[in-house]
Every structure is written in structure tokens, then in C-alpha cells.
Design a protein around this ligand. Sequence first.
Ligand SMILES: Nc1ncnc2c1ncn2[C@@H]1O[C@H](COP(=O)(O)OP(=O)(O)OP(=O)(O)O)[C@@H](O)[C@H]1O
Ligand SMILES: [Mg+2]
Length: 354
Amino acid sequence: MLSEENVLKALSNVDDPDLKKDLVTLGMIKNLKINGKQVFFQVQLTTPACPMKDFIRNACVTAIKHLVDSTAEVNIEMTAEVTNGKSLVENNHQIKNMIAVASGKGGVGKSTVAANLALSLSKAGAKVGLLDADIYGPSMPTMFGLNDETPEMTTIDGKEKILPLEKYGLKLMSIGFLIQTGQAVVWRGPMISAALRQLLNDVLWGDLDYLIIDMPPGTGDIHLTLCQNFPLTAALLVTTPQKVALDDAQKGAAMFRIPAINIPLLGVVENMSWFTPLEFPDLKYFIFGSGGGQKLADEFEIELLAQLPLSTSVSEGADAGTPAVIGGNKPMEEAFKFMAETVAQKLAILNAAK
Ligand SMILES: Nc1ncnc2c1ncn2[C@@H]1O[C@H](COP(=O)(O)OP(=O)(O)OP(=O)(O)O)[C@@H](O)[C@H]1O
Ligand SMILES: [Mg+2]
């Protein structure tokens, strides 16, 4: 018989494949109502970018039809409440997850991955900010076509605050928005640290599910300031497929494992893994070799989360202020979507383990 009790009993046979517990125990079933043959409820996922969304929905329908009533009409609304570990509370707002996108080496695609990860998560329905922590060489103003924009200021409780710029649904902040284009940053360590702290503490980010942080290359003052003063949820490593580039990548990764820092490594994203000509979509040319991402992942006992192809649309889009996910290149958009879902999934698992 269709009753709330029987439906919940049936749903307690459906496991969240990532968290490995059933949906009822996890408290993910909300607002269950029954009206004749109609069953309504919400499944509250841990991220709107959940790659298991359809799988979980289908498993719920199957469980109710098999175990309770095969003629039931099951209406499920998939919602999400992003989970967090240690979160940053600032200006009465909460940043649930801060993710550093890092690599020991320059030019491997950190900024590209950070921007398109942020955009893909936002497209899935999450509240997302993107912080350009590359104080020496900010790239966000150009990547988002915001070279001529200056953030507005406001005063809260007698303190001056900066409003982030907004574009394509993201909240954005970069030192490049606060200094004139072309003006070189020649500050020393302490000033750099102060500038970075301001970009986090004095910017009105509002409530965010994810703040993606585009790191500079290497392992310098900016890394230490960020890791030691802010509750980073995890770091994502970007690398290219060449094995010769691994040395720097390893140093970049090892920094997060130093006991005084100890930030979880979420996994590796390999960028520019292969080139596929538009007219031959099944061909892959491994221009920069292969295996680098997997090797780095193996060394640190983490996962290779995604491989991103090389596409001229990525670099052209970055120069034109339209990141790849916005630019209309479907295969690239799909690759970034898959990457973002995998990252969101790993984060949810990490947060559940805390
Ligand atoms: N998958 C890709 N396909 C084509 N071009 C790419 C791809 N990824 C990045 N690029 C281009 O490669 C260059 C370097 O990328 P990006 O600026 O993202 O690297 P980075 O690691 O942030 O560099 P830096 O260390 O200087 O901050 C840019 O011109 C970017 O547009
Ligand atoms: Mg960069």
C-alpha cells in the first residue's frame, strides 16, 4: 500500500553511490507527500553538479514501483544543499568550499581550469566565486573581458568593502581590477600577503558554495599566506602530459602535504592531453606526450580526475574574454562539465568524511 512509511522503507534501499549510505539515513529525502497514486518528494543532493543525479532518481522510482506499488506515479524534484568542511565565515556570510587550483609549473592551464571549473559549477546551479590569487600576473581581467572595469566600494559597519565584479553568473575578484592595466606589481612578500588577505577579507563575496582560487605557479608567499590563514577545503593539481614537466608538478603537490599546511589533494587534472581536429572527431594526437597526469596522481596516491583536450578555441576564447565553457565549443564544454562534476563529487565525499 502507498503510505509514507512504506515509501520511506523502499527508499532506505537506495544508496548514495558516493557516500555509500542510504538516502533516508543520510536525510536526503525531503517533503514527502502522497496523494492517491501520486508520490511527491525532493532528493537533496550534496551538490547541484552531482554526476549521479539521474542514476539516483531512477533508483528511487524503481524502488517505489518494485517494493511498494507498481502503479505509483513518482514525482521527484532533485535539489541540492552543498556540503562543507571547515568553511570561511566573513562579513556574516559563509564560503562553504575554497578550492585552490595549483601547479608547480607555469603555463599548464591553471587559470583556464579555474575559470572553466567555476563556470561549469555555476551553470549546474551552484553559487560560485572566482578569485585570481596571481598577484604578480593576474589573468582574469583579460579572460573575462573586464580590463576596463573597476569594482565598486561600499561601507559596512564603518569599514570599506569591495564589491566583486559579476560576469557569466560568477563573482570575480582580481588584483588586476584594482590596479591599472599594464602596471607591474613590484611588491615584496609582506605586501603581497596583505593584498591577498584583502581580496578575501575585504571583498563582499556573499554566501558561496564554492570559491575557486586561481593560484600563481610555484610555491611562494601567496601559497603560504593562503594555506596558513584561510580554511582551504582542498587543492586541485593541474599538469600537462609531458613526463619531463613532472618535477615541478611534484614540488607543487608536495607543498600541500607539508604537516604545517596539510591541505587535502583532491586529484589531478591533465590539461592539453591531446588534440582532436574538428573534421576528425575520433582522432587523438598526443602532441605533448602522454601519461604525465596519471604518473603524478599515482605518486601522490590520488586520482586523475579529468583529461582536457587541446583546442584553439580555449586560447582564442581566453584572449577574447569568453572562456571555453561560454564560447560554444561543445566537446570542450562537455569536457569541462565532466571535470566540474567529478570535482564536486570528490569534494562532497571529502566533506562527508570530516
Ligand atoms: N586546453 C587548452 N587548449 C588550448 N589552449 C589552452 C588550453 N589550456 C590552456 N590554454 C592556453 O595556454 C596558455 C596558458 O594557460 P593558462 O594561462 O591557463 O595557464 P596557467 O597555468 O594559469 O599559467 P600561469 O602559470 O602563467 O598562471 C593560455 O594562453 C591558455 O589560453
Ligand atoms: Mg594563471
